[in-house]
Design a protein around this ligand. Structure first.
Ligand code: HEC
Length: 79
């Protein structure tokens, strides 16, 4: 998760304009997003190269962790 914090926030709530919140997002959706960046089905710099460095088990763990976090509303941050 260390890699992700700079953009998506310590708690999965992004404070960076143009970067989506991950906390509280649907876990299956997060998993598919990462798989799609990895396969090239979805393309974005830098997400595509970051996802390429993740193993399938990392993707499972990251998706489950972010899905379990309280979302942006709990952090008092705008969508
Ligand atoms: C340099 C900034 C940056 C870093 C570092 C970063 N991301 Fe992202 N991430 C983004 C941006 C910007 C997007 C939106 C990309 C797009 O339009 O597809 C995004 C999109 C995503 C999405 C899709 C969200 C959605 O709602 O569709 C997921 C999941 C994700 N990132 C997970 C991660 C994980 C896990 C890490 C760490 C391994 C990470 N990101 C590191 C900037 C970053």
């Amino acid at each position: 998760m260390g890699l992700c914090v700079a953009c998506h926030g310590e708690d999965g709530v992004s404070r960076v304009a143009g970067t989506p919140h991950l906390a509280g997002q649907d876990g299956l959706y997060l998993r598919r997003a990462l798989q799609d960046y990895r396969s090239g089905r979805r393309q974005h710099v830098p997400m595509s190269s970051l996802a390429n460095s993740l193993q399938p088990a990392d993707i499972e763990a990251l998706a489950a962790w972010y899905a379990s976090r309280p979302g942006f509303a709990a952090a008092g941050v705008a969508p």
